[in-house]
Design a protein around this ligand. Structure first.
Ligand code: C2E
Ligand code: MG
Ligand code: MG
Length: 649
């Protein structure tokens, strides 16, 4: 351990103290305000005391000369000092006036003595006043000048009329005492000012600490903790500043929102630290690839914003493609390459708005538009506003409908083409809003999907379908029911358990339920969707690929999943007899399905000619207006009864 040598007593208590006492190496910390305070307090005490003694000396004791000096000196110096003390810039003059008062009055007291020479007793206050007002260094200069003046005055006293003449010995003792008192006053002032200095240092240290905390807090409030990039609040501020400072009419500010896809899934796999590391890498590579000409911010867990100024007013899709087309977000995690897909939305100042928050909102809308159009990017289009508002309104109305009335299920018959019998029914949701307007599922299902309403909505569809199926089964109508599931439903970890519970509740066999899923489930969320589908098939549900032929081009999922049927999309069926390509697709799909041991359903059959063609081509099940439109439960029962009766004839 390092041994510290003890500080020498002499060095620290002797030399240091002495040096400081004479004003060497001392830092005057008094602020102008404090100096004003010292001057004011001194003047405020001295003025009434001087006037009082002037009165006493004049009226009571008859020392007229001294009284006049006291009165005139205090009025001449202290009154202006008090007035000037109100202004910071006159501080030096204020102090000089107070000092001049002290100097003059103490000399007068020593020379004229007052009653029995008692005036001398007051002289000792001067050194204290000098050090208090002018500090250690100048205090000494003043005291020395004062002692010299005092020595001279005492020497000259016998020649001044009306003076109180002390003996020479007394005069010498007085000078010695004044010198001693000056030292005492200096020491007293040193202790006082050192205490203040320490206090000052402590205050400064605390202020610095508080400032540091404040800066840190401010940083946290305005920056993302993981990447250190500006957050949403900060970027809105920066954008506002840029908008206000763009003064050339031909410059624009481009607001770019970059939404990372599937971050939720990836974060689940990587855990908190892993996904933080990934986000840090993403932010670093974005900064590198986008360049330093703009400002990058992280506004959400899976969203970055990039702002830059451009000399172009007309920001075209080509320009955007050129700038952002090359943005590549591929990382190696645990040795595996992970590619982060992203979608970009763009809004531009001044074309779209001159308000920072509004621009950000519009860029977000553009990004959502790009997402739903499955495009890489989209530039804000004012027509989107209308769509956005409509969707928002629809969301509110659908939420209400889910807890009230307006929603119902219709059922469309499915016919077994070989036997000609009704084999099943597809449950299709119908919604008539509070104003009596019919809203198509094609319109409200995307709203439900994007807002989280899809979960309660699907729960409602499943319950209603099961309820209906149990009624039909009880009445001897042994058919299957097909229920449409949205991709989002497959991401819900509780969906399989929910379906299973409802099977028990309504005493239904899983084998009489067909769950229709679309191919997009495999592209959007492959792993999670696959897991749910496997679980559903394990329970015993039949699985059908709806709108087959319109989505994913890879058929690998057909190999790995236990799918039961393919539903050829109605666009091919509609043109089956008029377009050779559609015909070829339909025939190939039937063959493919049969080769894989799957059933084929043709939907959207509007005439029996097409139905007959499909029957001959080997298609298993038909569904379409040619047989029946989607019907209410009661209408469906009537349809089924008459269909069976007609079949028997
Ligand atoms: P989808 O599952 O492919 O349903 C078939 C759609 O074709 C239905 O439209 C049906 O009314 C219509 N259709 C049936 N036969 C014919 C025909 O011969 N000609 C023509 N032109 N159309 C026919 P709908 O009911 O409007 O439903 C549209 C889509 O909305 C459905 O397509 C399905 O994807 C979705 N959907 C409907 N109900 C639900 C539901 O309860 N849950 C979910 N997730 N989606 C649903
Ligand atoms: Mg369907
Ligand atoms: Mg379909």
């Amino acid at each position: 351990m390092e041994r510290r040598s003890k500080p020498s007593l002499w060095k620290h208590w002797g030399m240091n103290f002495f040096l400081k006492l004479i004003g060497y190496n001392i830092r005057e910390v008094a602020s102008v305000r404090e100096r004003q305070g010292f001057a004011i307090i001194s003047a405020k005490i001295a003025l009434p005391v001087s006037i009082l003694f002037a009165g006493l000396n004049y009226y009571a004791y008859g020392y007229n000369q001294l009284a006049l000096i006291e009165l005139s000196v205090s009025l001449l110096f202290l009154l202006p000092a008090l007035w000037l003390s109100m202004h910071e810039r006159w501080i030096l003059l204020t102090e000089t006036l107070v000092m001049a008062y002290g100097f003059a009055i103490t000399l007068a007291l020593a020379v004229f003595g007052g009653r029995e020479g008692s005036g001398v007793l007051w002289v000792y206050t001067f050194p204290f006043l000098a050090f208090l007002i002018k500090g250690q260094r100048i205090g000494w200069l003043i005291c020395m000048a004062w002692i010299a003046a005092m020595t001279l005055a005492l020497k000259m006293a016998p020649h001044i009329p009306g003076s109180h003449v002390f003996s020479e010995e007394y005069g010498n003792q007085l000078i010695a005492a004044l010198t001693f008192y000056s030292v005492i006053a200096a020491a007293f002032n040193l202790v006082r000012s050192r205490f203040e200095e320490r206090l000052h240092a402590k205050v400064q240290e605390n202020t610095a600490k508080a400032q540091e905390y404040l800066d840190r807090l401010q940083f946290l409030a305005l920056h993302d903790q993981v990447t250190g990039l500006p957050n949403k609040v900060k970027i809105i501020g920066l954008l506002s500043t840029s908008i206000n400072s763009v003064n050339q009419p031909d410059r624009s500010i481009v607001v770019v929102i970059i939404r990372l896809e599937r971050m939720f899934e990836i974060s689940n796999i990587l855990g908190v630290h892993g996904s933080d590391d990934l986000i840090k890498s993403i932010s670093a590579s974005m900064s590198e690839q986008l360049g330093a000409m703009g400002e990058l911010a992280r506004t959400r867990r899976d969203e970055f914003v990039y702002l830059y100024q451009s000399g172009e007013l007309n920001i075209t899709p080509e320009l955007i493609k050129k700038h952002f087309g090359k943005l590549q977000l591929t990382y190696l995690i645990d040795g595996f390459p992970i590619h982060i897909e992203h979608t970009i939305g763009i809004a531009i100042y001044p074309s779209h708005s001159s308000d920072a928050e509004d621009l950000l909102r519009k860029a977000e809308q553009a990004m959502l538009q790009a997402k739903s159009a499955k495009a890489d990017f989209s530039i804000y289009d004012s027509k989107l506003d209308e769509v956005f508002i409509q969707r928002h309104l629809l969301f509110g109305k659908l939420k209400q409908a889910l807890s009230g009335t307006g929603l119902s299920l219709h059922f469309q018959a499915q016919i077994d083409l070989r036997s000609g019998k009704i084999s099943g029914a597809e449950a299709l949701a119908r919604w008539i809003d509070a104003e009596g307007v019919f809203i198509s599922p094609a319109e409200f299902i995307p709203v439900a999907e994007n807002s989280g309403l899809i979960k309660p909505f699907t729960s409602w569809v499943i319950r209603e379908s099961f309820k209906q199926l149990s009624v039909w089964h009880a009445a001897g109508l042994e058919i299957e029911i097909s229920i449409n599931l949205s991709t989002r439903n497959l991401l819900d970890p509780g969906i399989a358990a929910e379906l299973q519970n409802l099977l028990h509740e309504y005493h239904i066999h899983a084998a009489s339920v067909v769950l229709e899923i679309t191919e997009s489930s495999f592209t959007d969320f492959p792993d999670i969707a696959m897991e749910t589908i496997a679980r559903l098939s394990q329970i015993g549900f039949k699985l059908s690929i709806d709108d087959f032929g319109t989505g994913y081009s890879s058929l690998t999922y057909l190999k790995s999943l236990k799918v039961n049927e393919l539903k050829i999309d109605q666009s091919f069926i509609r043109e089956l007899l008029s377009d050779q390509r559609s015909e070829a697709i339909v025939i190939s799909t039937i063959q493919l399905a049969h080769n894989l041991g799957l059933k084929v359903v043709a939907e959207g059959i509007e005439n029996f000619e097409a139905a007959e063609y499909l029957r001959q081509a080997g298609c298993d099940i038909a569904q379409g207006y040619a047989y029946s439109k989607p019907l209410t439960a009661d209408q469906f029962v009537n349809f089924a009864r008459s269909y069976i009766a007609r079949d028997r004839k």
